[in-house]
Design a protein around this ligand. Structure first.
Ligand code: ADP
Ligand code: MG
Length: 704
């Protein structure tokens, strides 16, 4: 007996009108392998074909119209590359020309004179005549069969189009499939009680209506259901992993709040913690004393004081006989962390060391030896920390700063550094992530938010200036320097061409020297091509106040702390993304003085760029900025999401369908809290579907 293959899993050649060639093309061009794949590759928009326009009513150039009428005759016009077939088309109110430059023979052979056709396309005016080039054309009687009101438009490619699989061709294929499948083939994959409770269309109806909507309402309903389903399965997967981890992943217990923590808090801390910092510390303390491994994301705008929270968490680990590490994305940042940790804890008796790529030879050996003996309390470093010979005596807490710089695989290596238990993980990020995105990408992490800045900070004033205002900008900067402040000037990093980047930087530097002549003004320059040691020396000159201006590409984007800097000038600011601009702006406003962010740009800007710059000028709130960013760029391009396992959504949109996402998450959580392994009979469908079709989040869910 042959093995029965469910209809949806069968190969495309099983469909009427799809032979080996088309099947192969769909595979190669769109990754569509089975009938199911084709069915769930939904239309990306619909054309409203309920309305017909009369030829006499066409009054705008480029108007998209649907006409009903007949072809009166064909003529071949022009020659060579201008050769075209022209059909005279009339609907009784007037006539237009249908024009084909390609497939001339096919058109002539297949279209008939004096038969009623539906024609759809963009009408353009040439001299006094109206024409539609390469219209969609269909016998009026055929059109009635396939599309009641809304005509689906499908993705296609040039190669697909050439083989009859343009949108229209794909439409026919889908129609053929839908003719072939029965409701049994399109089995429900939500439990019936949910379908009822949420008043969803049955799956097979939803699927029919997403391709060939019976009405506007049915289309909305089909969308509502399919979007829900997409979010729901994803959330089910995330929440399940999250719960499993909570149940099974033991972590070291840190019950003690000992002398390191207490002495630091009572004798060393120079300021009162903000309410938000206290709240977050409490959350972390609770995690560290729960017996379950912590995976916490600490979110806080630049300057909100995450570092002190990290340090105090590390002190808890140390009080309990464990080591901690702090990982930064760049060497400069690691050094700065080391320096500030040492300053803040001076006299506390902590042993803090630095491990980066440039620690080599004997010192490195010695450091690794001490680390393994447990003689080092806190190891600060870069990626170098992830390497194999780095063995801790007893690593209890790993803190990762600016998390979006690290790949998931690298982070995963940290897990192996623990001994009995995996270390607790605290990931810090200054990239505010919209709440909706949280639920999706960090759905399995606990999140703490520092949503309050330390007191006394003056909000940064942001200004947008075009090139011809430069003289006044220069004057302004000179004044700030006279007041004793320092200035950052940042050039965009052009990824495609390091050479160009340098050119920009060097040109800018030359001009800068004219406006800020030596020796009155001192300038540091830092760019990505410098040796770490040189970079560091230049940074140091700025940090110590020897130089007034720091000219840089985006290497300073994350972390560095120079409270005396009061101006951040960003050149070609239209080339930066919103989150980058916000990060850069966060480099100033760290002291008590009024700070400024000046966005230089050219005069002509794209709409998106205008909105980005206007957003920066309008608000300092990182979350608000993140929402705009998400709207402008879509979730896939938000920093940190690429490697985070965000699934490719076929129909739902994180930006537009936040409500549905929220409902899906709530329901997923409720179901799993009652039936964690989905073993109840009425959850059978869920379990089977998850297992089969949801690409599991397992691999990335453990660490951010
Ligand atoms: P970020 O969250 O960007 O890492 P930092 O931890 O670097 O911020 O803190 C920025 C500055 O604010 C540091 O100089 C730090 O000492 C200071 N700071 C942190 N918390 C407070 C507080 N509660 N009150 C006053 N200053 C604080
Ligand atoms: Mg920081």
């Amino acid at each position: 007996m042959s093995l029965y293959i469910p209809l949806l899993e069968r190969e495309l050649t099983y469909i009427k009108g799809v032979g080996p060639r088309k099947s192969e093309l769909l595979k190669n061009e769109l990754g569509i392998h089975s009938i199911r794949d084709l069915l769930v590759d939904y239309p990306f928009r619909y054309e409203d074909r309920t309305q017909y326009t009369q030829v006499s009513d066409i009054n705008e150039d480029n108007q998209v119209v649907q006409l009903k009428g007949v072809i009166k005759g064909f003529s071949l016009q022009g020659g060579g590359r201008k050769k075209r077939l022209v059909g005279k088309f009339t609907d009784g109110t007037g006539s237009i020309e249908l024009i084909w430059f390609r497939s001339i023979k096919w058109i002539q052979d297949n279209l008939s004179i004096n038969q009623p056709y539906t024609v759809y396309g963009r009408a353009s005016r040439f001299r006094s005549r109206i024409n539609i080039a390469h219209p969609e054309i269909e016998l009026f009687s055929d059109q009635k069969k396939t599309s009641a009101t809304f005509v689906p438009v499908y993705k296609s490619t040039e190669r697909l189009g050439a083989s009859g699989l343009d949108s229209k061709g794909r439409r026919k294929v889908i129609a053929n499939i839908l003719e072939m499948v029965s409701p049994q083939d399109l089995k429900e994959h939500l439990p019936l009680y949910l379908v009822k409770k949420l008043r969803f269309l049955p799956y097979h109806e939803a699927l029919r209506n997403i391709h060939f909507p019976g009405s506007n309402e049915l289309l909305r309903e089909a969308e509502r259901r399919l979007k829900f389903e997409e979010f729901f399965y994803f959330q089910l997967d995330i929440v399940r992993h999250y719960q499993t981890r909570k149940l099974h992943e033991q972590g070291a217990l840190f019950p003690l709040i000992g002398s390191y923590f207490n002495r630091f808090y009572n004798e060393f801390l120079k300021f009162e913690l903000t309410g938000a910092q206290k709240k977050v510390l409490k959350e972390i303390r609770k995690d560290l004393n729960s017996g379950i491994q912590m995976n916490r994301l600490l979110q806080g705008d630049v300057g909100s004081g995450k570092t002190i929270v990290a340090l105090m968490s590390a002190l808890i680990a140390i009080d309990n006989g464990y080591q901690a590490c702090l990982v930064a994305p760049t060497e400069i940042l690691a050094q700065q962390h080391l320096q500030s940790l040492c300053e803040e804890t001076k006299g506390l008796g902590l042993r803090i060391s630095l491990l980066t790529g440039s620690v080599k030879g004997k010192p490195r050996k010695e450091l690794l030896r001490l680390l393994q003996l447990g003689e080092i309390h806190i190891l600060v470093g870069t990626h170098a920390l992830f390497e194999d010979p780095v063995i801790f005596h007893q690593l209890g807490l790993a803190i990762i700063d600016e998390q979006h710089r690290f790949g998931v695989a690298q982070r995963a290596r940290l897990w192996e550094k623990g001994k009995e238990h995996r270390p607790h993980i605290l990931v810090m990020t200054a990239t505010p992530i919209p709440r909706t995105l949280h639920m999706t990408i960090y759905g399995d992490l606990d999140v703490s938010v520092i949503d309050e800045l330390p007191p006394g900070r003056k909000p940064i004033t942001t200004l947008h200036k075009t090139e011809y205002r430069r003289p006044e900008v220069v004057k302004f900067m000179q004044k700030e320097i006279e007041k004793g402040h320092q200035i950052y000037i940042v050039y965009p990093l052009i990824e495609e061409s390091e050479k160009l980047e340098l050119e920009d930087l060097n040109n800018g530097y030359e001009k800068l020297l004219l406006a800020f002549p030596k020796p009155k003004y001192q300038i540091s320059v830092v760019h990505g091509r410098m040796k770490p040691a040189d970079k560091d020396a230049e940074m140091q000159r700025f940090v110590t106040g020897t130089t007034h201006i720091m000219v840089a590409t985006t290497v300073i984007e994350v972390g560095v702390n120079v409270p005396n800097a009061s101006v951040m000038l960003i050149e070609n600011s239209e080339r930066f993304g919103l989150s980058q601009l916000h990060q850069l702006r966060g480099r100033v406003g760290r002291g008590a003085t009024q700070s400024y962010c000046i966005l230089m740009s050219s005069f002509r800007l794209s709409e998106d760029a205008k909105e980005r710059l206007a957003t920066m000028v309008r608000t300092n709130n990182g979350f608000e900025i993140a929402e705009v960013d998400l709207r402008l760029r879509g979730p896939g391009s938000i920093e940190g999401t690429q490697q985070s396992g965000l699934p490719e959504l076929k129909i739902a949109s994180i930006t537009r369908d936040a409500d549905i996402l929220h409902t899906a998450r709530q329901i997923a959580m409720r179901i799993l809290s009652q039936d964690p392994d989905l073993l109840q009979p009425h959850h059978e469908t869920l379990r089977a579907y998850l297992k089969k079709y949801v690409k599991s989040a397992k691999d990335w869910s453990r660490i951010s």
